[in-house]
Design a protein around this ligand. Structure first.
Ligand SMILES: [Zn+2]
Length: 368
């Protein structure tokens, strides 16, 4: 378990490397959505640099497949691969009624999240600790009837970029730690993902947003001091996935399924396509081989797998929610269902997890 292993190393370094402190230790887990592993390489980030000096920093973290926000964040909260925790997509769907719910609405579909694996808040609370969560994917759901003791879910129309709100949210979380004596809080920021999607990972806008992230890290560390929590509060900063550019203009490479000879949407009962470079298909009865044979090898940059033949290291097979045929494209390519699809976003983030651009970051400082 990759993520679990990373965190364990950090726990171990804390246990071994820091003098034992009699005060009960607290942990703040922070995710900056879409913070690619190298986003601090081309921007001045004094506060993140200071964290690395005061604590530890990994070169990168490999996210689980499928590298979209809800599945990867639930891996962070549970330590389990996506096929094991069951939050296999940002979107809830029903293959019988053909319904799909987007990311935000899916946050409120309890059974999508509460399907056997407990997030760390609930495990902590069952062990007598106090847990909270602010905006972290999965916060809105209950788990076996329990919720995080303190929690806040963002409203549907929420400006994820507002720096003032980032500081206010930080103050709120510090209040929870000091006044409610919470032991663990997970805190989510929707950037630099939004800016990366809109302007691209190599844009000046993305670099400006990374500066905002860095200022906020400084604010969080100052608040820790102002709230008198320096000796107790450990901080982990990480993210869910990276991001890569897709080719544009004359170079734009769309792989359009409806143009592939032998492939017919009439053979498909349900699909999750047009959601970036990865997709899933449910064939109509008796049509699995027809679809598979038409798509397999149809494009040099399209990867096609039957669910049970998925590469084992991706751990994206053993779950009833995963559809029988799984597709993804090489970095830089876009997967479309049909010719009418409009590419709305310039960058996507969800393809196989071993491309460098999909790797993300992790840093930690420990109370001393
Ligand atoms: Zn994300």
């Amino acid at each position: 378990m990759l993520w679990a292993a990373s965190l364990c190393i950090l726990w171990a370094s804390f246990t071994l490397g820091v003098p034992v402190n009699r005060e009960r230790q607290k942990l703040l887990l922070i995710s900056f959505d879409g913070f690619r592993w190298d986003y601090d390489h081309d921007v001045d980030t004094p506060n993140l640099d200071q964290m690395a000096i005061d604590g530890v920093k990994a070169h990168y973290v490999t996210p689980p497949y499928i590298t979209v926000t809800s599945p990867t964040h639930f891996t962070l909260l549970t330590g389990r691969y996506v096929e094991n925790h069951g939050v296999i997509h940002n979107m809830w769907f029903n293959t019988t009624t053909m319904e799909k719910k987007p990311y935000y609405q899916t946050q409120f579909v309890n059974e999508w999240w509460d399907n056997g694996t407990l997030p760390i808040w609930i495990t902590a609370q069952r062990q007598g600790l106090k847990a909270g969560s602010l905006h972290f994917p999965g916060t809105a759901s209950s788990y076996q009837g329990q919720v995080a003791m303190m929690r806040e879910v963002e409203p549907i129309r929420y400006n994820y970029k507002n720096e003032t709100a980032w500081y206010e949210n930080t103050d709120k979380v510090m209040d929870w730690f000091r006044d409610e004596d919470l032991d663990f809080v997970s805190m989510y920021f929707g950037e630099p993902d939004g800016t990366g999607h809109r302007y691209g990972p190599d844009s000046p806008e993305r670099r400006e947003m990374v500066k905002q992230v860095d200022r906020t890290v400084g604010y969080i560390r100052n608040s820790t001091e102002n709230y008198g929590l320096t000796k107790q509060l450990n901080i982990i900063i990480t993210a869910d996935h990276g991001m890569t550019s897709i080719y544009r203009g004359a170079q734009l490479e769309e792989i359009t399924l409806s143009k592939i000879p032998g492939f017919n949407f009439q053979d498909v009962s349900f699909h999750l396509l047009d959601y970036g470079p990865s997709g899933m298909l449910l064939p109509k009865p008796g049509k699995l081989e027809t679809i598979y044979n038409a798509l397999k090898g149809a494009h040099p940059h399209l990867h096609v797998y039957k669910k049970e033949e998925m590469p084992e290291h991706l751990h994206f097979s053993n779950n009833d929610r995963i559809l029988p045929i799984i597709l993804w494209t090489d970095p830089g390519y876009v997967l479309n269902g049909n010719l009418l699809t409009v590419v709305k976003k310039k960058m996507r983030d969800n393809r196989t997890n071993n491309a460098d651009d999909l790797k993300t970051t992790i840093e930690a400082t420990w109370a001393s």
